[in-house]
Ligand binder design. Structure first.
Ligand code: HEC
Ligand code: HEC
Ligand code: HEC
Ligand code: HEC
Length: 410
């Protein structure tokens, strides 16, 4: 047994004896629902003797190494490194495969007939090994996906000249884009592209945007600080307010719509507003919902309403800024340890794990194929880009062996 294993096991026994605490204590991880253990059972791998570890190694060499690698460092796609993984986490994984709580065709057959004792020993053996070296190559997608808001901003370089840098129009006739819900925004762009909404220039801009960028652009504008169009509005606001009462049911009292498919009108450029109403009236902008409300409006009423809405304060749509990679990782680290180096023997170390395995597992949690209440909640909100970025992030972290820090008894 190497030096590290000895220290580890010594520390482990002290942990069992309750003589030590850890410097970092995440929330107690949930166990898979169908694994029933007596209290402390999952920690037996921490209390293994050097003989147990040696027996664990024999089993690992004969039954596990062909997939998990000679020293628990896997070179096989989709097969996790086990070296240095936390002992109770390993044992619980094995129990989960045995009970059927977790299922994988490579694993199910291999460990089906192993005794509980053997699971404890093989878990202790793998936990005692030095962890794998970090690598971005282990199946990580070549380039990390950029932040969606940054990507959206970059894709709007060609729009700023007409719509303003942050979507606040400075040019009469050009609509402000700030304050629009991403759903309406994307629908409008697709309508230009598909020709349902007729505008040759916007059609060609819309056609030039990659599908992947469209949502990022919509998100970028939705997250900009709303402000009124910096254009003039002629018209009687008070009269406009009276006429606009008929519109409030859909567009909101002060032009802030609560419905993601109905555009907000607050702060909109007045000239664009007038043109839009006229287009609905003459049918050149064909929309079943807007046809009736505008049918009997005269030019004066339209102009007054345009002035009324232009003077209202736009509000941000109900869209949350997606978390950045480091914000996500900070959340994951609360349970999996700083940079994925868990200090709780029941919590998986993520540092230096194969990226392809991390991706595979995160997908399995999202789809409910691997069940864990904690991880279902965490992975639910992840986008595909988040999954790839987090997998690449953890694969690159230096993995650290467990070191338990003794704290003086109170
Ligand atoms: C035929 C290839 C194969 C063999 C042999 C094999 N494994 Fe695995 N093992 C896998 C694969 C693939 C996974 C990932 C499965 C999944 O995603 O649930 C895995 C997952 C695991 C996990 C879960 C690790 C984690 O971080 O969640 C543990 C623990 C494990 N194996 C231990 C063992 C042990 C111990 C043996 C020998 C007794 C063994 N495996 C033999 C292929 C194999
Ligand atoms: C040369 C000026 C110009 C450029 C550049 C331009 N637009 Fe437009 N955009 C317009 C005009 C004019 C309209 C109003 C068209 C109409 O009447 O339907 C419009 C309408 C829109 C609308 C509909 C707004 C609403 O309230 O329904 C969206 C969304 C939009 N543009 C997004 C973009 C994006 C994204 C880009 C860059 C990729 C872009 N535009 C580039 C001039 C421009
Ligand atoms: C029954 C719901 C409803 C009512 C009532 C209604 N609207 Fe609309 N309005 C919509 C919807 C939905 C759209 C988006 C249609 C489209 O995609 O072209 C819209 C679009 C608009 C637009 C275009 C905004 C843009 O950014 O391009 C203007 C301007 C507008 N409405 C003004 C009015 C006014 C003024 C009234 C009252 C006289 C009114 N609406 C009443 C549902 C309504
Ligand atoms: C509230 C605590 C908690 C948080 C926060 C958390 N996890 Fe987990 N994680 C767990 C638990 C518990 C398990 C083991 C579940 C099981 O048995 O399948 C786990 C397992 C995993 C696994 C499987 C490890 C392996 O070797 O099989 C991965 C990968 C993972 N988490 C990634 C993440 C990522 C990425 C985040 C942040 C987005 C995260 N976790 C946040 C508690 C948490």
């Amino acid at each position: 047994m190497n030096w590290h294993a000895r220290t580890f096991l010594l520390a482990a026994r002290m942990l069992i004896a309750g003589a030590v605490g850890v410097g970092f204590s995440p929330a107690a991880p949930a166990q898979p629902a169908t694994v029933k253990l007596s209290p402390g059972d999952d920690l037996r791998a921490l209390n293994a003797t050097p003989q147990d570890v040696a027996e664990g190694k024999r089993l690992a060499d004969s039954s596990c190494a062909r997939c998990h690698g000679a020293n628990g460092v896997s070179t096989m796609k989709g097969v996790p490194h086990l070296a240095g993984q936390r002992p109770a986490a390993l044992y619980l994984d094995l129990r989960a495969y045995q009970s059927g709580a977790r299922s994988d065709k490579s694993m199910d057959g291999t460990i089906k007939f192993l005794s509980d004792d053997a699971l404890v020993k093989v878990a202790a053996y793998y936990a005692s090994l030095d962890p794998a070296q970090p690598s971005a190559a282990n199946g990580a997608k070549a380039a990390a996906k950029p932040d969606p808001v940054q990507a959206g901003k970059a894709a709007t370089a060609n729009c700023a000249g007409c719509h303003g840098e942050t979507g606040v129009s400075k040019t009469p006739g050009m609509p402000s884009l700030v304050g629009l819900d991403p759903k309406y925004f994307a629908a409008a762009m697709n309508a230009y592209k598909g020709g349902q909404r007729k505008h040759d220039m916007m059609k060609s801009f819309a056609a030039g945007i990659r599908d992947a960028d469209l949502n990022n652009i919509a998100l970028y504008y939705a997250l900009q600080k709303p402000s009124r169009a910096q254009t003039r509005a002629l018209g009687d606001q008070a009269a406009g307010k009276v006429a606009a009462a008929a519109c409030a049911g859909c567009h909101g009292d002060a032009g802030v719509s609560g419905n993601p498919t109905t555009p907000s009108l607050a702060g909109q450029d007045a000239q664009y507003f007038v043109a839009a109403i006229k287009a609905y009236k003459d049918g050149s902008r064909n929309d079943a919902t807007m046809k009736a409300p505008v049918a009997s409006l005269n030019d004066r009423a339209i102009r007054d309403m345009a002035a009324y809405y232009a003077a209202r304060q736009p509000q941000p749509p109900k869209v949350r800024r997606p978390l950045t990679l480091s914000e996500w990782a900070e959340r994951c680290d609360r349970c999996h340890g700083i940079n994925g180096n868990s200090t709780d023997p029941r919590s998986h170390m993520l540092a230096a794990q194969r990226a392809d395995y991390l991706e595979k597992v995160l997908h399995a949690y999202r789809k409910g194929e691997r069940r864990s209440p904690a991880m279902a909640a965490m992975s639910d909100a992840l986008t595909e880009a988040d999954v790839e970025n987090l997998a690449a992030h953890y694969a690159r972290q230096k993995a650290r062996a467990v070191v338990y820090v003794t704290v003086p008894a109170k």
